[in-house]
Design a protein around this ligand. Structure first.
Ligand SMILES: Nc1ncnc2c1ncn2[C@@H]1O[C@H](COP(=O)(O)OP(=O)(O)O)[C@@H](O)[C@H]1O
Ligand SMILES: O=C(CO)[C@@H](O)[C@@H](O)COP(=O)(O)O
Length: 559
């Protein structure tokens, strides 16, 4: 039999990338990135120019289709592989990235009559404007003693499906009415490839983002009715659809999409998946004790366990949510690379930019090099990494960033280093929350853009967590994982695999070089972490709500 291949498509925050993978050993034969033409829409709507409120983050669904019709043919062409040997395709996506669609499965924002309504567009995972709804969901769930709350670390996030759906109902009841279904973007894109009239939902986003449970289903109608009588039947109406397990074949590629994507019609299309979750088999992790960090604009922390434990502020624990047969745990930090990007774009003096340009390097690399000259603790700075709120363990999008310890002598590279360290302390909080609550974390695995870009960052993470970090060999780990799920959807009989464990064992690799904790650094960072924890609790657990008061004053000033 000739060699067989699968394609994985990874939908990130700013771009989508396709990778064509050799199924015999996981070699990434070709990859191609399509930046989203509309990127993150957070100021004004396309075409109408209507201004968006603070904390909004939308996307254009056409950008997702563009990735399929640009990046997929590009990898096929670059690889020289015969399309007849490409047997499956899987995708992974940011989540909860959701959209309202009509009865034909078309996004409401494609309708020219609705395109000027912000609520008809895709709400990106980092759309944080449904916090009021999330607060009420949590209050009511707690009052009613809903048993789902502990599975989500005690709090449902404003980033997730139910809060976003409720915000639409509250602020644009006409859009809510005209919505046939609310879909995760990952399920919508899959339906566009399979043409399935009966759209399927994947168990991963249903479980982590829409409070669905393998045995118990969604929360009761009674619960939704208490939230708002208009939501009583939402799970049977606008959230309806069969929920199917990861690795399942959602359907086959249609003739029309095959033509646009340069593939053969009829190949297996796997049900959608989440970027961070796909990355776990992508680095070869299929057993407990190994925390996978998908490190990019944000970090998602993924871990397998054998028992359901309650862990403060985790995003969720879902049976079979990552790898069948295990409980999949997720936690995360809402901004990591985004914080460094903010500093590089908004905080760096002109002389740094000029120096970087003169040396033919970028500003991140310049700052990393200069920050590396400092020893842990030497900057005298300490920061809280809440530039985009706190996802775990506090689950509060209304918290903000903080840097302490400035003096007239503070240098830009010292600030940069303090930001790298702050994100490492945030990760340590998550590692400790799992480990101290019975979900062991022995070693760390890193993938995503950051481990390839910043060695100082990775060494700081090893030192702060006092754990060895293995780095994925793949440059596109979530896409590799998605391709594995595509191969599983195709099945061994067609040259793919029968299980994700088989696929991961054959196709995933980590680099030889690892980041090991340096004992002197560990000791200093332990002291700094204790200080970080004090600040964390003081500003994050209600002792001083100054961050929330500042937000309220800002809102008043804006209106
Ligand atoms: N040298 C660097 N050091 C640290 N962060 C960097 C560096 N270069 C880029 N970044 C950050 O990496 C992030 C993008 O990560 P990447 O994994 O490529 O994207 P995504 O999260 O969208 O998948 C951006 O937030 C950017 O600020
Ligand atoms: O929240 C999740 C997964 O649950 C992510 O999709 C979200 O943090 C976005 O990830 P990226 O930073 O784009 O890699």
């Amino acid at each position: 039999m000739s060699k067989k291949y699968a394609i994985g498509v990874d939908y990130g925050t700013e771009s989508g990338r396709a990778v064509l993978v050799d199924l015999s050993d996981g070699t990434e034969v070709a990859d191609h990135v399509t930046p989203y033409p509309h990127n993150v829409i957070d100021e004004k709507l396309p075409i109408s120019g209507i201004k968006l409120e603070y904390d909004w983050a939308l996307q254009h669904p056409q950008d997702y289709l563009d990735v399929l019709t640009r990046s997929v043919p590009a990898v096929v062409q670059a690889s020289g592989v015969d399309p007849a040997d490409i047997i499956g395709l899987g995708i992974d996506f940011t989540a909860c990235t959701m959209l309202p669609v009509d009865a034909q499965g078309q996004p409401l924002c494609f309708n020219p009559e609705l395109a000027n309504q912000p609520h008809s567009w895709v709400k990106l995972w980092k759309h944080h404007a449904a916090q009021d709804e999330a607060n009420l969901i949590n209050e009511i769930a707690e009052r009613r003693g809903e048993d789902f709350l502990p599975r989500y670390g005690g709090k449902i996030s404003s980033e997730w499906m139910i809060a976003k759906v409720w915000q639409i109902l509250n602020e644009a009841p006409d859009i809510y009415e005209q919505t046939d279904r609310f879909l995760e973007a990952t399920d919508w894109v899959v339906s566009q490839m399979t043409g399935a009239s009966d759209i399927v939902r994947n168990s991963c986003t249903a479980g982590y983002k829409a409070i669905w449970h393998k045995k118990k289903g969604f929360p009761s109608n009674e619960f939704f009715k208490t939230l708002d009588p208009r939501l009583e039947n939402v799970t049977e109406t606008k959230l309806r659809g069969e929920v199917v397990a990861l690795g399942t074949k959602a359907g086959e590629l249609t003739e029309s999409m095959a033509k646009l994507m340069g593939l053969q019609p009829g190949i297996a299309i796997a049900v959608g998946n989440v970027d961070a979750h796909a990355a776990v088999p992508g680095v070869g992790v299929v057993t407990p004790g190994k925390l996978v960090m998908a490190m990019g604009t944000s970090i998602c922390h993924m871990l397998l366990g054998t028992e359901e434990r309650e862990v403060e502020g985790m995003c969720g624990v879902v049976e079979d949510g990552i790898i069948p047969g295990y409980l999949g745990y997720e936690a995360g930090q809402s901004a990591v690379g985004d914080i460094f990007a903010w500093y590089v774009e908004q905080g760096v003096p002109a002389y740094v930019q000029a120096a970087a340009e003169q040396e033919g390097t970028n500003v991140h690399e310049w700052l990393e090099r200069h920050a590396s000259a400092y020893k842990p603790g030497e900057t005298g700075l300490l920061a809280l990494d809440w530039w985009n709120g706190n996802r775990s363990v506090l689950v509060d999008t209304e918290l903000n960033g903080l840097i302490l310890g400035y003096s007239l002598l503070t240098k830009p590279e010292e600030v940069y280093r303090s930001l790298l360290e702050a994100t490492a302390f945030g990760t340590r909080k998550i590692v400790d929350a799992f480990h101290n609550n019975g979900v062991e974390v022995q070693e760390l695995y890193a993938c995503g853009g950051l481990p390839q870009k910043n060695r100082l960052l990775m060494q700081i993470y090893a030192d702060v967590t006092n754990r060895e970090i293995k780095v994925a060999d793949s440059k596109q780990t979530p896409a590799l994982g998605a391709a594995m799920f595509g191969a599983v959807a195709a099945g061994a009989a067609n040259g793919g695999y029968d299980s994700i464990v088989d696929a991961a064992q054959k196709m995933a690799r980590v680099r030889k070089d690892t980041f090991k904790p340096i004992p002197e650094n560990v000791a200093v960072y332990e002291k700094l972490y204790q200080e970080y924890s004090k600040l964390h609790d003081y500003f994050g657990r209600g002792e001083n709500d100054v961050m929330k008061r500042l937000r309220a004053i800002r809102e008043e000033a804006r209106h």
